[in-house]
Design a protein around this ligand. Structure first.
Ligand SMILES: Cc1cc2nc3c(=O)[nH]c(=O)nc-3n(C[C@H](O)[C@H](O)[C@H](O)COP(=O)(O)OP(=O)(O)OC[C@H]3O[C@@H](n4cnc5c(N)ncnc54)[C@H](O)[C@@H]3O)c2cc1C
Length: 496
């Protein structure tokens, strides 16, 4: 036995700090159980959870009776309180699903029937003219639309950070950079989880490892499904556009995908996408000329003013497409104490309900759950300078003069916010970027990156060369600039 690696103990180990795992950890933190949430990455946020449409859907078009439908319909109303308690940006802006052909109009009628079967009664079919009155930038070719008032947008990364911060405030231990290598069982009962940071003795494990949940299940010899990546490519458009949809503009779905969307983000950008391509490589997050062209061509039919000239950046998300089923939250026969929570096409949406469901399953697996009398559901986010009024800005600067030092000019992020994010655990430039948007504006970090590195080095008490983009090996700097210039200068002089 390797004595250098500590052996830990927990009542429950949750694998995966994406939106599902972190929601489960927070739900468990309401009870008197000792929980460890682990992730192989150096930050929380997940993988699929980092790159998606960032919408909370009301479940209107899911297969009636499916777990996905039940979870989405149940979860949608939970978000109003959740967003307040966890202090995250969430807006019920509604959606218009627009039809361009008579065939698509017929499909909308069918989708409305499905919505009613799913218990979503507030959808409504309207004419093309009515749709254009709601959204003047819509094409003259839009024949009609379905209004889906409860569709919402959310800060997904903020949600995951909030779930984990609140879980930690209520006692959950977080282990990052810890890959689960094996779920060990004994006589059909979970015994431990072996990780790259040591073995954790536990009776209960929740597999919320996203795309990699199948590989983890295999280590316990209980894998009867396969996850493959469905790739979705996006454009992010600038905040300043000559047109600005107020609603999510959705397409009528095809057999393969839910269709492409124009989604306003809570930060004020417009997301265009996604494509939906089944691929094999679980690490292929490259964007492609072809995929992005497909997104543009499709969405320009709905809003002709859409242009790639307004693009600030592009990204790709990989959704775990589970075979055979979609969402699967279940105990598995033959292994007591093991819960799988995986495979939703709308994991962000279902997360609060899926967490309650997973914890109920743990209870059925005989986890003793006694509610904590002092559970605190409230968590506050970092106070942002950008959204504050002039009066609020004055107060912030009076409280902390570093609010007056703007580091990211595109997104108006101050030094005080960066220092607070570091205090809360952000340890890489991406971690700062995702929490505060420093580097996400027009210049994509061209101006603020060196200043963010400088602040991080100062606050973390490490040399600037150790500050990295995200995972180990992604350091930006190799040494002090002058020293390198001096060496090169000498070398060049000698060779002249
Ligand atoms: C293009 C696209 C658009 C989408 N749009 C929406 C939308 O608008 N609304 C919505 O609700 N949903 C949407 N989704 C779906 C949603 O993003 C996913 O369902 C959700 O993010 C899945 O969350 P997760 O926690 O299961 O997985 P992830 O976020 O992938 O998290 C899994 C975590 O497990 C960790 N992990 C894996 N293996 C191990 C291991 N062995 N040990 C330790 N850690 C491990 C990973 O590092 C990762 O952090 C979209 C998805 C895509 C791709």
């Amino acid at each position: 036995m390797n004595t250098a690696i500590p052996k830990l103990k927990a009542d429950v180990v949750v694998v995966g700090a994406g939106v599902i795992g972190s929601a489960v950890a927070r739900e468990l933190s309401k009870y008197q159980v000792d929980v460890i949430l682990i992730d192989r990455n150096e930050d929380v946020g997940g993988e699929a959870s980092l790159a998606n449409n960032a919408s909370v859907i009301c479940g209107y078009d899911f297969v009636p009776g499916s777990l996905d439908s039940q979870m989405a319909v149940a979860a949608s109303p939970m978000f109003d309180k959740l967003a307040k308690d966890l202090d995250i940006q969430f807006e019920r802006i509604g959606a218009l699903q627009v039809a361009l052909t008579e065939e698509e109009m017929d499909t909308l009628v069918e989708i409305r029937h499905i919505a009613l079967k799913n218990g979503v009664y507030d959808v409504e079919l309207i004419s093309g003219d009515e749709a254009r009155r709601m959204e003047p930038s819509l094409s003259e070719y839009v024949l009609g639309a379905m209004v889906i008032p409860r569709q919402a947008i959310i800060d997904v990364f903020g949600l995951v950070v909030a779930y984990t911060e609140n879980a930690a405030d209520n006692g959950v231990r977080l282990m990052l950079g810890a890959k689960a290598l094996e779920i060990c069982k004994e006589n059909g009962v979970v015994r431990s989880v072996v990780t790259t940071r040591g073995e954790i003795e536990t009776r209960f494990v929740v597999n919320a490892a996203g795309l990699h949940a199948d590989a983890l299940a295999q280590t316990a010899g209980i894998c009867d499904f396969e996850n493959y990546p469905r790739k979705g490519e996006f454009f992010v458009l600038d905040k300043k556009l000559p047109y600005k949809p107020k609603h999510i503009i959705a397409s009528v779905p095809t057999a393969l995908s839910r269709g492409k969307l124009l989604t306003p983000s809570v930060e004020g950008n417009l997301l265009l996408g996604p494509t939906a391509d089944n691929i094999k490589d679980k690490s292929d997050t490259a964007t492609s000329r072809q995929g992005l062209a497909e997104v543009l061509a499709d969405l320009q039919k709905k809003i002709p003013a859409v242009s790639s000239r307004d693009s600030v950046t592009q990204f790709t998300g990989l959704r775990p497409k589970r075979i055979p089923d979609e969402l699967s939250i279940r105990a598995v026969k033959g292994v007591s104490g093991y819960i799988e929570a995986n495979g939703s096409s709308a994991g962000v949406t279902v997360s609060p309900a899926a967490a309650v469901y997973a914890v109920e399953l743990l209870k059925r697996e005989r986890l003793t759950l006694v509610r904590k009398p002092d559970f605190n559901p409230i968590r506050r986010s970092i106070r942002k300078f950008s959204g504050a009024t002039s009066e609020e800005r004055e107060i912030l600067i009076k409280e902390d003069s570093r609010y007056a030092n703007i580091i990211c000019r595109c997104e108006t992020v101050s030094e005080a916010e960066i220092v607070e994010a570091i205090r809360r655990g952000a340890s890489s430039v991406d971690a700062i970027k995702r929490r505060l948007r420093a580097g996400m504006g027009r210049c994509q970090g061209g101006f603020c990156l060196p200043r963010v590195i400088e602040i991080m080095a100062r606050e973390l008490h490490v040399p600037a060369e150790q500050i990295r983009k995200n995972e180990p090996g992604s350091e930006y700097l190799t040494g002090p600039n002058k020293q390198i210039l001096g060496e090169r200068g000498n070398h060049e002089l000698l060779s002249v």
